[in-house]
Design a protein around this ligand. Structure first.
Ligand code: NAP
Length: 273
């Protein structure tokens, strides 16, 4: 250790340059990570952040940064929006199954030379005691469930529920954040609107009371919804689990703190501080 370090030399923090406007940042959101991320970024005076949501949630909670809602109109629309709003860095903090917007972000940022980082939570890994049947996509869940009638706990979100209408022999318990509406026209359907996080005890009790025989889920990763996987393990239930789609090969971090560190490096690299 150097003498200066021994004496506790002060750490150098780059000072914001008063002549520069803040760096314009777009966060593509719709996940727990994106909410945590914008809360972190909102405190940074050298960043001006806009959060973009697809508009799947009817009344998104107002957050600490300006929000825009709705699609951009494909790669070209996004590229135009980035240029028109002077965006200087993009953070893709969308859900790991939101493959189209991630691909669009990679293409639009690549074309416009806008630095991009993805926040990608690690996938869940099979543990001892897990009875997983891994499938490639949501329609493939039907074969995994088989022809016999079973009580199925469906936790794959709302958008692809209609695939299960082809297997009306099962009894479905569907849990989503937004109400399901007419998305799954089957004779035996129970719907629950709820937003995680859920505890292991609650999940075990819920699955027992609903007499669940098999859980169907996406391999979303993250802590907020992992207890359903643990509950299935504890109850000895099989889990039909949808593997992640292919995502573009872009630089990635695993959490909000990692994205902030990347932005700080970008600020210095591009002379904002
Ligand atoms: P997707 O298939 O990748 O996206 C479909 C289209 O929705 C995109 O092409 C884009 O429209 C628009 N879009 C998606 N995310 C957007 C965003 N953050 N801001 C503006 N436009 C966006 O994604 P998805 O599966 O429909 O998911 C939509 C949103 O829900 C994502 O933000 C994702 O994080 C969140 N979400 C998805 C899941 C899931 O399992 N898929 C689960 C939880 C949350 P244009 O092409 O017109 O720009």
């Amino acid at each position: 250790m150097s003498e200066a370090a021994d004496q506790g030399s002060p750490t150098r923090h780059p000072k914001p340059n008063p002549d520069r406007r803040p760096m314009q940042v777009l966060v593509l959101g719709g996940t727990t990570e994106s909410s945590a991320l914008v809360a972190l970024l909102a405190r940074e005076t050298d960043l001006s952040v806009t959060l973009s949501l697809a508009g799947r949630t009817a009344a998104p909670r107002p957050g600490p940064v300006p929000m825009r809602v709705g699609g951009f109109g494909g790669v070209e629309g996004l590229a135009r929006w980035l240029a028109g709003n002077g965006i200087e860095a993009v953070i893709d903090a969308t859900h790991p199954f939101a493959a189209r917007i991630s691909a669009n972000a990679a293409a639009a940022c690549g074309a416009g030379g806008v630095p991009l980082i993805a926040v990608r939570r690690p996938a869940w890994e099979r543990q001892s005691g897990d009875a997983w049947i891994e499938v490639e996509n949501v329609p493939a869940c039907l074969d995994a469930l088989g022809p016999e009638s079973r009580t199925v706990f469906l936790t794959i979100g709302r958008q692809e529920l209609s695939a299960f209408a082809r297997a009306p022999q099962h009894a479905y318990v569907v849990r989503t954040i937004e109400p399901v509406g007419e998305a799954l026209p089957v004779p035996n359907l129970v719907t629950v609107s709820a937003r995680g996080p859920f505890t292991l005890e609650d999940e075990v009790r819920f699955m027992r009371e609903a007499r669940i025989e098999v859980l169907v889920t996406k391999n979303s990763g993250g802590a907020a919804t992992y207890p359903k996987i643990e509950a299935a393990r504890r109850l000895g239930l099989p889990v039909v689990i949808v593997d992640r789609p292919a995502l573009p090969d872009v630089p990635a971090v695993t959490d909000a703190a990692g994205a902030l560190r990347w932005l700080k490096t970008e600020l210095v690299r591009r002379g904002f501080t």
